[in-house]
Write a protein that binds this ligand. Structure first.
Ligand code: SAM
Ligand code: GLN
Length: 285
C-alpha cells in the first residue's frame, strides 16, 4: 500500500463513520505512522508502507473510526510549538488555549519584578504552566488539578521540557491547594471545565466518549468552577494581580456577570481566530 492509497482508503473509511474532517484525519494518521509531517505525504505519495506500518495503520484507523482521539493514539499534542505527552484520562490541549497562554504571558512580561508568581488552576497536561515557565524565565508556577492522572502527566511534561525546578504541582479543587498564600500571586490563569451537563449532546463524540468528563463539564450551568475561582482567587492574588480565564461559546456576558457579583472587574477580553470571545482578564474591584 502506498501513502496515497492509505490516505484515500482512510479518508473514505472515516467519512463513512461521520468524522468531521475525514481527509485531514486520514493525512494526520498516515503522517503519524510514518513519523513525518504532512508535507512528506505530498512529496512522496508513492512511498510504500512497511508491513509493521501497515499493521499500525489498520489498528489506528479502526480506533479512529470509533472517534478515538488521534492524540491518544500518538501519545502527544503540540501546544505553542512544543510537544506535550497526553494519554487517556488527561485533557488534550486545544489550539484556542494558546490565546489564553499568550494573554497570560503578555501580562507577566509587562511586570518589572525580578521574580513572578503565577498559578495555573486545572493544569491538565501542564501545557499552560510549562509554556509560561519556558517562555518567561522570571516566573515560578504553581500547577494544580483535581486529577492525579493529570498531575502525573504534567509532571512528566515538565521533566521533558526541563522546567521541573520552576513548577510546583499541587492536588486539590480550585484554590484549595494554595490556601494560606495571601497576596502571593501576580497572576492566576485557568482553562476550567465550562460546558453545561445539559449541553452534553452537542459536544463532539470523541470528547464525550474519550476525554475525562471532569475536564469538560461543570455542573448544570457550566459555571461551577468559574464560581469557585471568583470566590476564592482574591485572597491569594496581589492587589494588582490579574485573573485570566478561557471562555466557552457565548461565555463572555455570563461569566462577566458572575465575576461582577463576586467583586471582579472585566479588564479586557480577546477573540480567537474564529472571532469568538475566548479569553477574559479580570482584576479586583
Ligand atoms: N489547562 C489544561 C489545558 O488548557 O489544556 C487543561 C484544561 S481542562 C479544560 C480542565 C482541567 O481542570 C482538567 O485537567 C480537570 O481535571 C481540571 N479540573 C476540573 N475541575 C477542577 C477543579 N474544581 N479544581 C481544579 N482542577 C479542576
Ligand atoms: N472547548 C473544549 C472542548 O473542545 C471544552 C474545554 C473546556 O471546558 N475548558 O470540548
Amino acid at each position: 500500500m502506498t501513502v496515497k492509497e492509505a490516505i484515500q482508503s482512510a479518508a473514505q473509511y472515516l467519512g463513512e463513520r461521520n468524522l468531521r474532517a475525514p481527509r485531514q484525519d486520514a493525512e494526520l494518521l498516515v503522517a503519524s505512522i510514518l513519523e513525518q509531517d504532512r508535507t512528506f505525504l505530498y512529496t512522496y505519495p508513492e512511498r510504500r508502507l512497511s508491513p509493521s506500518q501497515k499493521q499500525l495503520f489498520h489498528q489506528w484507523l479502526a480506533k479512529r473510526g470509533e472517534h478515538y482521539p488521534l492524540q491518544y493514539l500518538r501519545g502527544r499534542q503540540e501546544f505553542y510549538g512544543r510537544q506535550f505527552w497526553v494519554r487517556p484520562g488527561v485533557f488534550i490541549p486545544r489550539p484556542e488555549t494558546e490565546l489564553v497562554l499568550e494573554t497570560a504571558l503578555a501580562l507577566l512580561r509587562e511586570s518589572r519584578s525580578k521574580q513572578l508568581f503565577a498559578a495555573d488552576i486545572g493544569t491538565g497536561s501542564g501545557c499552560i504552566a510549562i509554556t509560561l515557565a519556558r517562555e518567561e524565565p522570571r516566573v515560578l508556577v504553581t500547577a494544580t488539578d483535581i486529577s492525579g492522572d493529570a498531575l502525573q502527566v504534567a509532571h512528566r511534561n515538565a521533566e521533558l521540557h526541563r522546567c521541573l525546578d520552576r513548577i510546583e504541582f499541587r492536588a486539590g479543587p480550585t484554590l484549595e491547594p494554595l490556601k494560606g498564600r495571601h497576596s502571593y500571586y501576580h497572576l492566576i490563569v485557568s482553562n476550567p471545565p465550562y460546558v453545561s451537563h445539559l449541553e452534553k449532546k452537542s459536544v463532539d463524540i470523541s470528547v464525550n466518549r474519550y476525554e475525562p468528563s471532569e475536564a469538560v463539564f461543570a455542573g448544570k450551568s457550566g459555571q461551577e468552577v468559574y464560581r469557585r475561582l471568583f470566590c476564592e482567587a482574591k485572597s491569594v492574588l496581589r492587589p494588582q494581580g490579574k485573573l485570566v480565564v478561557e471562555l466557552g461559546c457565548d461565555g463572555k456576558e455570563s461569566v462577566s456577570r458572575l465575576a461582577r457579583k463576586n467583586g471582579w472587574v472585566l479588564n479586557d477580553s480577546k477573540k480567537d481566530l474564529a472571532g469568538r470571545d475566548r479569553c477574559a482578564i479580570f482584576h479586583q474591584g
